[in-house]
Design a protein around this ligand. Structure first.
Ligand SMILES: Nc1ncnc2c1ncn2[C@@H]1O[C@H](COP(=O)(O)OP(=O)(O)O)[C@@H](O)[C@H]1O
Ligand SMILES: [Mg+2]
Length: 490
């Protein structure tokens, strides 16, 4: 019995691959049935060629390969190896064993890496699969962390047959322990000065808040954004597995041991950023899961891309339509946006540009609406002048900032929710403020025309500032600081 896996989103389901041989038929060939897509249909050619070049004679009749359950669409080239094995089992060249296999075959019978090995092996473990598991050598690392017995990696179809028929001794994969990696090649320390921006990033990291940086070119926005993963808490085991599952399904073998930082270019298509498309793969927003999605030059992104961010920003997942089904991929990331204040590059001494208010409004209107309303912290990043640049010593290290972030996160853990995700109805419970702070907030929001949603965001950020201050109560100074991060007007 040969098994393989099919994927919906990042979860695997088992598929049985069975071959029948009609020795009496005058026609010779292979038919694959069971709702396979183009890649599965093309399997026939690769399998034929691989079998031939590995010296197997399958021309003993007409072969029908059946993929079941028959009513589920099957997608991908990883069916090659199980199809070849099932044919060999029908022709009598393979011992009858329970085998799970994945892998694309090259025409000469080499086994190429497969998408989705990690979720597939996790599924086998969950269902208590007792058979032999055969996966491509390139996917060894992700398979080994699951700790399932009888998992073997191979490089050719011939090796797979030798393994299953017991013609050669193979060693099964040994379980490897996962350790998150903190091995970043950048550090907050590299950024001189910019204390205001760094403070805002620390708050954002501590509470899981989205952040928008507005500032002239060269002020260090990109530099700061790239260093955000270095101040976020280390990835936990379940985060590593979940993010790695997404990468596995997207076709990147190996494990994701540190928080991802994804920075898609503004010309990228909706499918590549959001996911889906002809091959139904997770997009950039899912590859950023548990990490940072950085959208540099935010105003340059396509409107439909910005619109599509609504669902993930609110729900931490994305639903993408496929030909006859939908796929749901996780997409919970810290959103970081950066943009110039206007379309000109003329900056005055104050770091402000010379555009008129109405020109600026016109420029920034592109992103107002879908995105602006969902960003907790808005800051201005100013360009340093030379004397400031010279006198600044190196800044604090990412490690020491990260320690404070981690402490604030552990306080939130006791409340059971990250501050950025506190629902409106629980705000009163978690963020109690005194009457003086309330008056202050009222005055500010009236003047700046802040929406109800915006006020909620100020309260959430104030909660995080209080947590960083080890203060159970949210004090006036915390609210005052939180207000600053909404003071960028558009
Ligand atoms: N505060 C700073 N400390 C050290 N280098 C800086 C700083 N600000 C800017 N730079 C230098 O200027 C370059 C451009 O910064 P960048 O982050 O690309 O700016 P922006 O994204 O705002 O246009 C950086 O790569 C870095 O070399
Ligand atoms: Mg930049």
């Amino acid at each position: 019995m040969i098994f393989c896996a099919n994927f919906s989103g990042i979860d695997a389901t088992l598929v049985e691959v069975e071959s029948f041989i009609d020795r009496k038929s005058v026609l010779r060939g292979i038919d694959i049935v069971g709702m396979g897509d183009t890649a599965v249909k093309e399997s026939e050619k690769r399998v034929k060629s691989a079998l031939k070049s590995n010296g197997f004679d399958f021309m003993k009749g007409r072969i029908t390969v059946d993929l079941s359950p028959a009513d589920v669409k099957k997608s991908g080239s990883h069916y090659d190896l199980p199809i070849a094995l099932s044919i060999l089992s029908a022709t009598g060249d393979l011992n009858d064993k329970e085998v799970f296999a994945m892998g694309e075959l090259s025409l000469d019978g080499r086994v190429r890496s497969a998408r989705g090995v990690l979720p597939a092996v996790l599924k086998l473990k969950e269902t208590g699969f007792m058979g032999m598991v055969v996966i491509p050598k390139e996917n060894e690392e992700e398979a080994a962390v699951v700790g399932l017995d009888n998992v073997f990696s191979i490089e050719t179809l011939r090796e797979a047959v030798e393994l299953i028929n017991g013609l050669k001794v193979f060693e099964s994969l040994r379980k490897v322990k996962i350790n998150s990696s903190e091995d970043f090649d950048v550090d907050m320390r590299d950024v001189r000065g910019q204390e205001f921006a760094k403070r805002a990033l620390e708050i954002a990291a501590a509470g899981g808040h989205n952040i928008l940086m507005v500032g002239p070119p060269g002020s260090g926005k990109t530099m700061l954004a790239k260093r955000i993963p270095t101040i976020l808490p280390k990835m936990e085991l379940d985060e590593i597995l979940e993010t790695s599952k997404i990468y596995s399904v997207a076709g990147y073998p190996g494990l994701v041991l540190r928080r991802p930082f994804r920075s898609p270019h503004h010309t990228a298509s909706v499918a590549s950023i959001v996911g889906g498309g002809a091959n139904a793969r997770p997009g950039e927003i899912s590859l950023a899961h548990n990490g940072v999605l950085f959208m540099d030059e935010l105003t340059e992104f396509r409107k439909d891309v910005l619109e599509a961010l609504r669902e993930p920003l609110e729900e931490g997942k994305i639903t993408v339509a496929r030909a006859r089904s939908v796929a749901v991929y996780p997409a919970r990331f810290m959103f970081v946006g950066a943009m110039n204040p206007c379309s000109c590059v003329e900056i005055d001494d104050e770091g402000e540009c010379i555009c008129s208010e109405s020109e600026r409004i016109k420029y920034t209107r592109k992103i107002s609406g879908p995105i602006m309303d969902r960003i907790d912290i808005h800051i201005r990043v100013r360009r340093m002048n030379f004397s400031e640049y010279k006198k600044r010593s190196l800044g604090e290290t990412s490690d020491s900032i990260r320690n404070r972030v981690a402490a604030a996160r552990s306080v939130q853990k006791t409340r059971g929710i990250l501050n950025a995700n506190i629902p409106h109805r629980d705000l009163e419970k978690f963020v109690k403020i005194d009457t003086e702070s309330e008056k202050l907030l009222e005055k500010f929001s009236d003047r700046m025309k802040i929406s109800g949603r915006g006020i909620d965001k100020i309260l959430r950020v104030a909660r995080t500032i209080a947590d960083l201050d080890s203060s159970d109560r949210v004090l006036k100074k915390h609210v005052l600081e939180a207000i600053q991060y909404r003071a960028v007007s558009f």
